[in-house]
Design a protein around this ligand. Sequence first.
Ligand SMILES: [Mg+2]
Length: 269
Amino acid sequence: MVAPSRPLAFVVASSVPPHEPELDDHRLAAELAEVAGATLVDLRDRTAARYDPWSLRDRGDQVSHDLLVERLGEHRPDDHVMSEEGAEDRRRLEAERCWIVDPLDGTYDYPFVDSIEWAVHVAVVENQRPTAAAVAVPGMGQVFATDRAEGPGERTARDKPLVVSGRSTAYAAAAVADELGGQLTACGSAGVKAMLVVTGAVDVYVHSSGLWEWDVCAPAAVAEANGLIVTDIDGDEILYNKSRPIVRGLVIARPEYARAARSALADLI
Ligand SMILES: [Mg+2]
């Protein structure tokens, strides 16, 4: 056995064991999303009785943000981080690599133990395009990552195409459902809605109003890795780490429905 080269008391505790190979971006995104998701479940289960729902939402946002920023600082010290809960840092615009994270997407639903409609988003962007990403959906017990893409999943048995939208932005989604001869359903959390298309539980996700890049980046990257067609509401490719980090709506479709969805949306404009 080799003796430690310095007294153990001086070994700084770190979540990165010094001799383990560093995780690649896909695995790092997946691991961070999973750990943040588990931390959020634990926080909710331990403290739900003590906090009112609004305090729990704020705590959840902050705890998950702190964890993601700290771990990214350890694993990728040279990269920038843009988080929904962080202060704007314009140096990100010159950064070669920028992580775009939503520590808790679907904050409203998070305190409700029975709701699956919240998620953790972690993605890294180079030259305005995501190169690795993961979405953890603790309520489904799943972490979806760009290097484990197998989809889109088989459509669950249903007679008509199913279109999902947010709870308050259903106008464009209704037009798409009409065009497909399908039905409309609503769900919170952009990440969860996108993963419902990935798993085959729904066929198209339509969000017609503006979104923040952290709402969209990781879910869109995971969806695209799974063979789904992803665009903004105008049918254009989505770029990230822009000066104004806003996305003009989002459409995620199974390939067989993408053209009809696009045509329904084009008629609206
Ligand atoms: Mg959030």
